[in-house]
Ligand binder design. Structure first.
Ligand SMILES: NC(=O)c1ccc[n+]([C@@H]2O[C@H](COP(=O)([O-])OP(=O)(O)OC[C@H]3O[C@@H](n4cnc5c(N)ncnc54)[C@H](OP(=O)(O)O)[C@@H]3O)[C@@H](O)[C@H]2O)c1
Length: 364
């Protein structure tokens, strides 16, 4: 994902000629220090600055008002310094965090945008952002839904669920599908799409309330609270007496280990993420991968960024249809105000979020 313009660019534009445009207060979430172990709110700080709502004449910059910030586990991986380059750049202490958001264009020097346009784009964790060269953005084609859906069911988590389930794991009607972190942003969509496709679907989640949500709201066939199960292997055997065809992997660790023992021959594992590993300095050792040989399993990682362009557009239309027909529903957990953003991010790692974690910076 693209890095944000550095603070210097923001300040330069804010203080450069011409001195016109409203001067607004701009609260921003910065990384205070690199993180080891579990992130805490103290690793971040909300600082107050100002930004002038203006772009330099002749530039293709835009100034946006950020409405809904997406809060995602992968942001934790960016809070540590990596010696080897990761698939996304590390955050830098003293600089603003960034991620996907839904934002409104306030000022534009760019031919493709005008004030009032709503966009889903990469932007800062701040109230207003100057984006000097907007490259990665998507139009909001279905404003009839809550705008926050573009951080969830109609955005990155939704595309991730669809691509992982159908392009990577190639789930088919009648198959046995298991998804971990099942009530979260990605997991809840995986389960519902698998049901629409005619699969038998089981999910795991970290509280009885979440398990109840899986069964009553999202239509899973079965679910269990992994924190209460003394033996994950036994829990999976109880839910899948004939084994698992498709595992949508969100957590890693002990769950992956148990799943491998319960896969059916020729099963597929879509490795979407491993949230149980993100706070560890040394990831858990590899599980028993010899299971892949005997059962002829396929295990494949993927990144949602590989499913843009036309795939994204087709997905948006398909998902908008499912939402209108009531085949898919979305549960969101909305934290109010930019000050709530650090706690919302930290909460992902104790399972405090119930559904897609969003931060509402401003509601329109
Ligand atoms: N490959 C890609 O392109 C891509 C794109 C988006 C997301 N992802 C990945 O997809 C996964 C789900 O992301 P999301 O946005 O949908 O997050 P989410 O599920 O909405 O939130 C994270 C959830 O993870 C669970 N969790 C936290 N710590 C855990 C632990 N130690 N062990 C087991 N579960 C734990 C918690 O749920 P419980 O209460 O149920 O434990 C928590 O609510 C993550 O691994 C993420 O990195 C990958």
């Amino acid at each position: 994902m693209a890095a944000l313009p550095p603070d210097a660019a923001v300040e330069a534009a804010a203080s450069s000629e011409p001195e016109e445009g409203e001067l607004v207060t701009n609260r921003r979430v910065i990384l205070k220090r690199y993180v080891t172990g579990c992130p805490t709110e103290e690793d971040m700080e909300v600082v107050v600055g100002t930004l002038r709502l203006v772009v330099l004449p002749g530039s293709a910059a835009i100034v946006v008002k950020n409405l809904y910030l997406s809060c995602d586990p992968y942001m934790r991986t960016r809070m540590s310094r990596h010696d080897q380059p990761s698939f996304v750049p590390d955050f830098v202490p003293g600089e603003v965090l960034d991620n996907w958001a839904v934002s409104k264009v306030m000022v534009s020097g760019h031919p493709d945008f005008k004030p009032g346009d709503l966009l889903c784009l990469l932007t800062g964790w701040e109230e207003y952002s100057l984006i000097t060269n907007p490259k990665v953005y998507h139009k909001i084609n279905h404003p009839e839904f809550p705008l926050s859906y573009y951080t969830g069911v109609l955005g990155v988590p939704g595309i991730t669920a669809h691509a992982g389930l159908f392009e990577v794991a190639k789930a088919k009607k009648g198959e046995y599908v298991f998804v971990s972190a099942a009530s979260g942003a990605v997991g809840q969509i995986v389960g519902q799409l698998a049901k629409v496709a005619g699969c038998y679907v089981v999910g795991s989640a970290g509280s009885d309330h979440k398990v109840n949500l899986l069964m009553t709201k999202f239509g899973f066939d079965d679910a269990f609270n992994y924190k209460k199960e003394l033996d994950l292997d036994a829990a999976l055997k109880r839910c899948f007496p004939e084994g698992i065809d498709v595992y949508f992997e969100n957590v890693g660790g002990a769950m992956l280990e148990a799943v491998l023992r319960n896969m059916r021959p020729y099963g597929r594992i879509a490795v979407c993420g491993q949230v149980s590993q993100y706070n560890l300095q040394r990831p858990d050792g590899a599980p028993d991968l010899f299971q892949l040989v005997g059962k002829r399993l396929r295990m494949e990682g993927f990144l949602v960024g590989d499913y843009g362009g036309e795939y994204r557009q087709r997905f948006e239309e398909k998902m908008a249809g499912y939402l209108k027909e009531g085949k898919v529903v979305s549960v969101e957990d909305i934290a109010e105000g930019i000050e709530a953003a650090p706690a919302a991010l930290v909460g992902l790692f104790s399972g405090r979020n119930i559904g897609k974690q969003v931060v509402a910076v401003a509601r329109e």
